[in-house]
Design a protein around this ligand. Structure first.
Ligand SMILES: Cc1cc2nc3c(=O)[nH]c(=O)nc-3n(C[C@H](O)[C@H](O)[C@H](O)COP(=O)(O)OP(=O)(O)OC[C@H]3O[C@@H](n4cnc5c(N)ncnc54)[C@H](O)[C@@H]3O)c2cc1C
Ligand code: SF4
Length: 327
């Protein structure tokens, strides 16, 4: 049985208090929101946390509203609320769909958008008990000095496995971050670094406050495809969001587009389709885009299932995504 090590839980009621707690508590302070990722990782001992600063009572983080041409979603809004909200379903249905594919109803009740954005990276060598990890001799992410996935590599390549992130990037969403220096806004893609040990580009005294999601225009179509062994509960082993913008008045001709692929390494891979501008959106384009994605994306042995299968599967999911949008 995996046991949780003792920790102190503090439950502030405002963002100001959260920031104060993060700056006064020194080492091993962690933000906890729904705890559905953090608690299992604490139990596995892959991360340490002596003081957990809970966001559960911070109502400021739980707003969900439409403002001008954006959907503004607080970091503390639950995955269940996003997946079932009439507002999200009516304005950005692809986000409700992707979030509705996360884990199970119980986990979506507890899990939050902030936690999904800041989800720890995953790897078959790290998501194991301490006992099993010690048999590999540790790794860069857990008391070791090498990577078992990329021997000789200097950076951890554990995978970003969040279901909301590829979609948010395809939508062109931003996140607002608050810290002791005030608030800043960055595109979602800039939240991630190349190092799976510290893949979130936040300092330990910063908090994600909300996501700002542009409501897609009529000529924009976006879909998300996830492949996992089981439809319920499982993290994605292949994930891809595809965005197609057609020329106004010519629904069959591509203006622009992008493909965002998850579960490769710590950062999502973004492929822009501007080189295909002016071409018809049809089966041939689905094949072309699948070919581009296949050439430029290399699944690693960081998550279960063979890399070759996942590469083939990714191409299939891209084709299915484009067909579902237009063909
Ligand atoms: C069995 C199981 C299946 C799962 N399946 C999926 C899946 O299919 N897809 C998927 O995407 N996820 C999955 N998850 C992971 C997890 O449940 C979700 O990603 C969830 O959204 C995490 O949110 P949380 O609020 O519980 O995060 P927490 O566990 O509270 O936090 C996760 C991380 O984010 C940090 N954090 C949280 N909020 C903030 C904030 N506002 N600012 C800065 N840092 C913050 C925490 O410090 C922690 O490092 C699964 C988990 C389990 C246990
Ligand atoms: S990718 Fe390498 S360093 Fe990172 S968790 Fe896996 S084995 Fe460890």
């Amino acid at each position: 049985m995996l046991r949780l090590q003792p920790f102190e839980l503090v439950q502030p009621e405002s963002i100001g208090e959260v920031l104060q707690l993060l700056s006064t508590h020194a080492e091993h302070v962690r933000i906890i929101s729904g705890g559905t990722d953090l608690v299992p990782n604490l139990k596995l001992g892959s991360i340490k946390g002596d003081v957990l600063v809970s966001l559960q009572r911070v109502d400021e983080l739980k707003n969900l509203k439409e403002a001008d041409t954006q959907l503004v979603i607080g970091a503390g809004v639950s995955l269940h609320t996003i997946a079932t909200s009439k507002l999200v379903q009516g304005t950005v249905p692809v986000l409700a769909d992707a979030v509705g594919k996360i884990a199970s109803p119980q986990i979506r009740n507890m899990g939050t958008l902030g936690g999904n954005l800041c989800l720890d990276t995953r790897c078959r060598y790290i998501n194991q008990s301490e006992f099993i990890r010690s048999s590999f001799g540790g790794c860069l992410k857990s008391d070791g000095d090498r990577c078992h996935v990329v021997p000789g590599g200097s950076l951890c390549v554990a995978a970003l496995s969040s279901d909301s992130v590829p979609v948010l990037i395809a939508l062109g969403a931003d996140v607002d971050i608050i810290g002791p220096e005030g608030e800043r806004t960055i595109p979602v893609e800039e939240l991630y670094t190349k190092d799976g040990v510290a893949h979130i580009a936040l300092s330990s005294d910063e908090v994600v406050v909300r996501a700002r999601v542009p409501i897609p225009a009529a000529q924009t179509r976006i879909t998300y495809r996830k492949w996992a062994v089981r439809k319920s509960i499982d993290f994605p082993l292949v994930s891809v969001a595809v965005r197609i913008d057609h020329i106004k008045g010519s629904p069959d001709i591509l203006e622009d587009g992008r493909v965002v692929v998850g579960v490769l390494g710590p950062q999502p891979k973004i492929l822009r389709l501007s080189s295909l501008q002016g071409q018809p959106i049809n089966e041939e384009m689905a094949h072309k885009v699948a070919g581009i994605v296949s050439r430029r994306c290399t699944p690693l042995a960081n998550v279960p299932y063979s890399e070759d299968y996942r590469k083939l599967r990714l191409a299939v999911e891209v084709k299915r995504a484009i067909r579902s949008l237009f063909i």
